[in-house]
Ligand binder design. Structure first.
Ligand code: MN3
Length: 196
């Protein structure tokens, strides 16, 4: 079974002006697609799911290539769904109540998420996860994903330079601010929380 590049859940220009069609063209059409191609080149007739491959190979340096490509395929698909046209701002529903409960306030969550994204040195990801029944903000380097450590990802933000360089150059904090104010998809976080 070969893995396939999942289509974006919206049109390529749907996140403009915050994320350009040009960025999504490269990020989805080239970067994400390359991880799919690499993974298929490394695995032949593998019947495992992406999640199974990630859990089987995480932390095994002899399987780093397979892990990195599988996790990058998974993380990017999760990231596309973590944004939506007209997204951003305060959450509603169960996630809103749980944010107040576990972080103290929405503003406190925002502060932690911004800090995680801004302080992830080099390439990586900022996450909102459910871990041991509590919401937490975490960051991971490179391709790493909290699900291999037993947490349930609810939202993610790609902070690799290719996610924002064409639109924001080196201004990662401006991209993070825009992600939170104008893009984040709280419906997706609520769906993930409901399934957890
Ligand atoms: Mn990326």
């Amino acid at each position: 079974m070969a893995f396939e590049l999942p289509p974006l859940p919206y049109a390529k220009d749907a996140l403009e002006p915050h994320i350009s069609a040009n960025t999504l063209d490269f990020h989805h059409g080239k970067h994400h697609n390359t991880y799919v191609t690499n993974l298929n080149n490394m695995l032949e007739n593998d019947s495992r799911t992406l999640e199974e491959i990630m859990k089987d190979t995480a932390g095994d340096s002899s399987k780093a290539g397979v892990f990195n490509n599988a996790a990058q395929v998974w993380n990017h698909t999760f990231y596309w769904h973590s944004m939506k046209p007209g997204g951003g701002g305060k959450p509603t529903g169960a996630i809103a109540a749980k944010i107040d409960e576990d972080f103290g306030s929405y503003d406190k969550f925002i502060e932690e998420f911004k800090t995680a994204g801004a302080t992830q040195f080099g390439s990586g990801w900022a996450w909102l996860v459910l871990d041991g029944g509590k919401l937490k903000v975490t960051k991971t380097p490179n391709a790493e994903c909290p699900l291999t450590g037993g947490a349930t990802p609810l939202l993610t933000m790609d902070v690799w330079e290719h996610a924002y360089y064409l639109d924001y150059q080196n201004a990662r904090p401006k991209y993070i601010e825009t992600f939170l104010n104008s893009l984040v998809n709280w419906d997706f976080a609520n769906e993930n929380l409901a399934k957890a």
